[in-house]
Design a protein around this ligand. Structure first.
Ligand code: BF8
Ligand code: SF4
Length: 696
């Protein structure tokens, strides 16, 4: 049934349209190809050519592969390799960011500058780099080189792990879990899980924990920090989301993938008056830039560019027939886009030497000539506009507020000079806020798109649990209207009162998947602010990844567990076949590091379990039990009144054809302007949003 495919009416409309055109998508391919039940549960080993060995049947836990490897070893090895794959992806992205920073500092990357000097100095501080009396570029060069050293240093430990609590750092040291160098941890997991090396499931999983920390507290954290340095630390801005952000009368360019380097240049290119004039000469009203997946989050957070959707929307965007160019870099890009784009006029443009797709045009991104590359791609899209066939854009676009960073949350709670998390901690202590939930991660074609994500967000805020979101889960929440300030009305009275007082919405978009590192530093500050214990494992907080799909999600879940958080994934467990490994990752890890990783396909049970975990932490902290009737209704603050008034008046996204502010100001106001500055706003000219606050 189509309605089982997605809760998003735009997706459902496009799936009906695809069916009419006789075109398959990931949604239909998921029906046609069932997952292999052996591999899915972690019971298949294909590490050497004596296999693949499949340990199945009622006595599977007593069987071994040809080499004698048992089910715990096989499941743990496969899981560890998934972690290593995810860490490699995030960290290689982080490395590219560091390379760009070095090139900028040396004056070799035209078009880029250090946009957020304050963040540069803060990062220099974490890395132990002197800043006094040095130029911005000198500091930037040393920050970039120090960041690069974290990948391959022969001795020492990954420097950014020093941002964890002292207690956590000591625990990691005691357990031998402190990552030494990012690449080394990935390599070591690959070595240990090679045929005939580490054959003890518990020991294999320990290496997976250490490897994951090289991501969250290493590669991903550096990626976030350097992106903030180069493109600005996010602060709140308004935009809109879903396929309806595509414009029937404009040249639509969709950027898809993960890295902000090229997409930031695409923002600039698509605002270029010369290129806009070229688009007009072809009969288009302008150039419209939109995003998919985490590239969308990167340029939403800093430039207000509207996301056209999350992971499962990539094919649907091409199906609209309105996309002149889909420009991809790395990660989460379906090969299906190659043949699909050839059935439409869409030019699929690959840009990374690491990621080519049959059927695509390759325009290689080179940071030394980034603005030219971006302009070349926009030109290609403009030239493609006259080739358009029939266009079908579903008319759904929801307003949203995004752009929350750790720095901004600090600012909101105490101003520039007295920044703190005191108001939030006090609210949790008093029970106005029951706890915190991070809802993150992917779409997965095996489950109803966005359903579990949106139901969890909705259920949490109604129960006074504050929610932070990243990645495709953030886009899912936004499409369903949960990132609109209007949603304050759906929050429980205690949460609502606090959010109004602080001046933030109950669901905070913290960015892309590498920006999950922001959640680590936020939790660390909450834990050290006072009154809620000493470390992340003391907090009434839980992490959820309801629709996990890829190895990066597994890496993220693992580093949150290793940092002390309880983590619950949806869909299904990749180690289900082994009760031993399941036990090691739940009670075993909880004893070891205070956090754990559980898998629960039913979102209702994910919710129950989350609330149980949150309430248990409250009890352990001797906080008053959560009482939903304790706090009454509250009024509106001027902050929300202002956002509401803005949305009522402007109801629409920024389009790059009509910039309301020059690119150079993008997010540079992050630290210096306050919340008093209105959220980034733009003159949209978009028509009305549909399905606001739609229910699943
Ligand atoms: O890095 S949430 S589907 S786009 S992996 Fe991919 Fe998953 Fe989306 Fe972002 Ni994250
Ligand atoms: Fe089979 Fe062992 Fe080879 Fe794995 S490593 S495929 S269990 S023989």
């Amino acid at each position: 049934m189509p309605q089982e495919k997605s809760i998003d009416p735009a997706a459902l409309e496009m799936l009906r349209y695809a069916e009419g055109c006789g075109i398959g998508t990931a949604f239909t391919r998921a029906d046609e190809m069932k997952p292999c039940p052996i591999g899915e549960a972690g019971a298949c080993c294909r590490i050497c050519s004596m296999g693949p060995c499949r340990l199945v049947g009622k006595d599977a836990e007593d069987k071994t592969g040809i080499c004698g490897a048992d089910l715990p070893t096989i499941a743990a090895r496969h899981f560890a390799r998934q972690v290593a794959g995810g860490v490699a992806a995030h960290s290689d992205h982080g490395r590219d960011m560091a390379m760009t920073l070095v090139a900028v500092a040396k004056g070799e990357a035209a078009g880029y500058v250090v946009k957020d000097e304050q963040k540069l100095m803060a990062v220099a501080g974490y890395l132990g780099i002197a800043t006094a009396g040095r130029s911005v570029n000198e500091v930037a060069l040393e920050v970039g080189e120090t960041a690069l050293a974290q990948f391959g240093q022969p001795f020492g430990e990954v420097a950014t792990t020093r941002r964890a609590t002292a207690k956590r750092q000591a625990l990691w040291k005691k357990l031998g879990l402190t990552p030494r160098a990012i690449d080394r941890e990935v390599t070591e997991v690959m070595h240990r899980t090679h045929e005939g090396v580490d054959l003890d499931a518990e020991n294999i999983l320990k290496s997976a924990l250490r490897c994951s920390l090289a991501d969250g507290w290493g590669g991903a954290m550096l990626s976030t920090d350097i992106s903030d340095i180069l493109f600005g630390t996010p602060s709140p801005l308004a935009s809109e989301v879903n396929l309806g952000v595509l414009k029937a009368d404009q040249v639509n360019v969709v950027v898809h993938g993960h890295e902000p380097t090229l997409s930031a240049m695409m923002v600039e290119a698509s605002r270029d008056p010369e290129l806009i004039a070229a688009a007009q000469a072809k009969g288009a009203a302008g150039i419209n830039l939109a995003g998919i997946c985490c590239t969308a989050n990167e340029i939403l957070m800093r430039f207000g560019i509207p996301p056209a959707g999350n992971f499962l929307h990539q094919e649907l965007a091409v199906l609209t027939g309105a996309v002149e160019a889909m420009v991809v870099d790395v990660q989460c890009i379906m090969q299906a886009l190659g043949p699909l784009s050839q059935r439409f006029h869409t030019k699929l443009v690959t840009t990374s030497p690491k990621a080519k797709i049959p059927g695509a045009v390759h325009v290689e991104f080179d940071e030394q000539r980034a603005p030219e590359t971006a302009r070349e791609i926009v030109r290609l899209a403009i030239d493609n506009y006259p080739n358009r066939g029939p266009v079908h854009i579903p008319d759904y676009h929801e307003p949203l507020v995004a752009g929350f960073s750790h720095e901004y949350l600090n600012y909101m709670q105490g101003g520039f000079h007295r920044s703190s998390f005191r108001p939030l901690n006090d609210a949790v202590i008093a029970g106005r806020v029951r706890g915190l939930a991070a809802v993150v991660g992917c779409n997965n074609a095996r489950v109803t798109q966005d359903l579990a994500i949106v139901e969890l967000i909705k259920s949490f805020i109604a129960r006074d649990v504050m929610v932070v979101v990243t990645g495709c889960a953030a886009t899912a929440g936004a499409k369903a209207g949960y990132l609109s300030p209007e949603i304050l009305d759906s929050a429980g009275p205690g949460l609502r009162e606090v959010m109004e007082a602080i001046g933030i919405p109950p669901v905070l978009h913290l960015g892309s998947c590498v920006d999950n590192s922001r959640i680590l530093t936020v939790l660390t500050q909450v834990a050290t602010e006072g009154g809620l214990g000493e470390d992340i494992d003391d907090l009434p907080a839980v992490g959820l990844c309801p629709e996990w799909m890829c190895e990066k999600a597994i890496a993220i879940g693992t580093y949150f567990a290793a940092s002390g958080a309880h983590v619950i994934f949806g869909v299904g467990s990749p180690v289900r076949a082994s009760s031993v490994v399941t036990g090691l990752m739940t009670s075993g890890w909880e004893r070891l590091v205070g956090g754990d990783l559980e898998f629960e396909p039913d979102w209702n049970r994910m919710l129950e379990r989350s609330l149980e975990l949150i309430d248990a932490k409250r009890a352990a902290l001797k906080l008053p039990p959560y009482d939903p009737a304790q706090f009454g209704d509250s009024g509106d603050t001027p902050y929300f009144a202002a956002i509401r008034a803005y949305l009522a008046e402007h109801d629409g996204a920024e389009t790059v054809g009509s910039p309301a502010y020059p690119l150079g100001e993008g997010a540079g106001h992050g630290h210096t302007h306050g919340p008093g500055g209105s959220p980034h706003t733009h003159d949209g000219g978009a028509d009305h949003a549909h399905g606001a606050g739609q229910e699943a």
